[in-house]
Design a protein around this ligand. Structure first.
Ligand SMILES: NC(=O)c1ccc[n+]([C@@H]2O[C@H](COP(=O)([O-])OP(=O)(O)OC[C@H]3O[C@@H](n4cnc5c(N)ncnc54)[C@H](OP(=O)(O)O)[C@@H]3O)[C@@H](O)[C@H]2O)c1
Length: 336
């Protein structure tokens, strides 16, 4: 059965810097027939995540590089149109690994069914109840083994992962100091989300001194979303036997030159810091457990969040690049 055409963004060339429309190209193609084992989904929301930029390049990663000519890979939320699998049926709502396109065809195992009696809006599954909310949940509660009374430093604190992570840490009894790129973002995480303090890294100047001032007792847990100079400043403030949870390094994702390692790498030895590389995909088998915890906090109004939702598949690339200027206010998504 023909389903007409779909619009999509494909990878024409590996980007050299912030991706541009000569490297990531918009096109219209026919929707392929749905083969056995495959599922055709009409996408309603596309989650725009920093990691996609790394999938566009060909450096070794936890997923293979997006092949040249393929749609840009992304987590999407949508509705099954046609199913070649007994596990899903037309009309089911799902989230999973699709692409920057109006319709995605992917193997049935790539999709997770959203309960038909879910009380949450669909876009929550691209955010709080999808990989974004579960990322800081497992990072803090499980992998990082955060403890009440510790001091946590959180970079990209007003972003999707950072803003939720800081609130989880507060619920667990930690002191949390954020780092963000505008005064307004800093004010939001302190006044609305309950962080203890926040540093505007764009205006502060000496980051090492600013962290020391806000965390005079030292940092027990650095939740690193950005890498680069902020990581170097954090390292000089880490306590003995502290934890560095390495979640992301967005300051380097568009680097055009080789990225130096942290200049203060030796602090890991001097302070016997435990560095934990972290991947949410290692915890996908525990999605239900994470969703239950997040759902409960949402119902009790214990976690707040912002969503930045732009509309229209043709705006996907411009919207995506907001991540690298701090132009997004909260979880960035595209609505179709
Ligand atoms: N390991 C995992 O499994 C996993 C899963 C999800 C996400 N992540 C990582 O978590 C991090 C945050 O992702 P997200 O989806 O929550 O994005 P986000 O924080 O909502 O958006 C990215 C934010 O990063 C900040 N930023 C951009 N360039 C920066 C720079 N050069 N220096 C400092 N800050 C910069 C900007 O905020 P400001 O205005 O504050 O600068 C921007 O708003 C990323 O590194 C991502 O790769 C990891």
């Amino acid at each position: 059965m023909s389903h007409g055409n779909k619009q999509q963004w494909i990878l024409a060339k590996r980007p050299q810097d912030v991706p541009d429309p000569s490297e990531v190209v918009f096109q219209e193609v026919a929707i392929p027939a749905t083969a056995a084992g495959m599922v055709l989904v009409k996408n309603h929301y596309i989650s725009l995540d920093p990691a996609i930029r790394l999938w566009m390049s060909d450096i070794p990663n936890y997923l293979p590089p997006i092949p040249i000519g393929d749609p840009i890979r992304a987590t999407v939320v949508g509705e099954v149109i046609e199913s070649g699998s007994d596990d899903l049926s037309a009309g089911d709502l799902v989230f999973g690994l699709g692409g920057w396109e109006t319709h995605s065809t992917a193997p049935a195992e790539f999709w997770t069914k959203i309960p038909s009696d879910s009380e949450f809006p669909l876009h929550y599954y691209g955010n709080m109840l999808g990989a974004v909310g579960l990322t800081p949940y497992f990072a803090i509660v499980d992998v990082g083994q955060a403890k009440a009374g510790q001091t946590m430093l959180m970079s990209a604190a007003a972003g999707a992962v950072g803003s939720i992570g800081g609130q989880i840490a507060k619920l667990m009894g930690l002191k949390v100091v954020g780092i963000a790129g505008t005064d307004e973002k800093c004010q939001w995480v302190v006044d609305e989300l309950g962080f203890d303090d926040c540093i505007n890294y764009r205006t502060t100047g000496d980051m090492e001194a600013a962290i020391r001032e806000k965390c005079p007792e030292g940092v027990d847990f650095y939740f690193d979303n950005v890498g680069g100079e902020i990581l170097d400043a954090a390292l000089l403030n880490m306590n003995k036997d502290s934890t560095l949870l390495f979640c992301g390094t967005i300051s380097t994702y568009n680097a055009t030159e080789p990225v130096p390692g942290p200049y203060n790498y030796w602090q890991i030895l001097a302070k016997t810091i435990t560095v934990k590389g972290y991947l949410i995909s290692d915890h996908f088998h525990r999605v239900v457990e994470g969703q239950e915890a997040m759902s409960q906090w949402l119902k009790e109004d214990k976690i707040k969040f912002r969503e930045h939702i732009n509309e229209g598949i043709e705006n996907c690339l411009d919207t995506y690049n907001l991540l690298f200027t701090g132009g997004n206010d909260g979880k960035l998504m595209l609505k179709l």
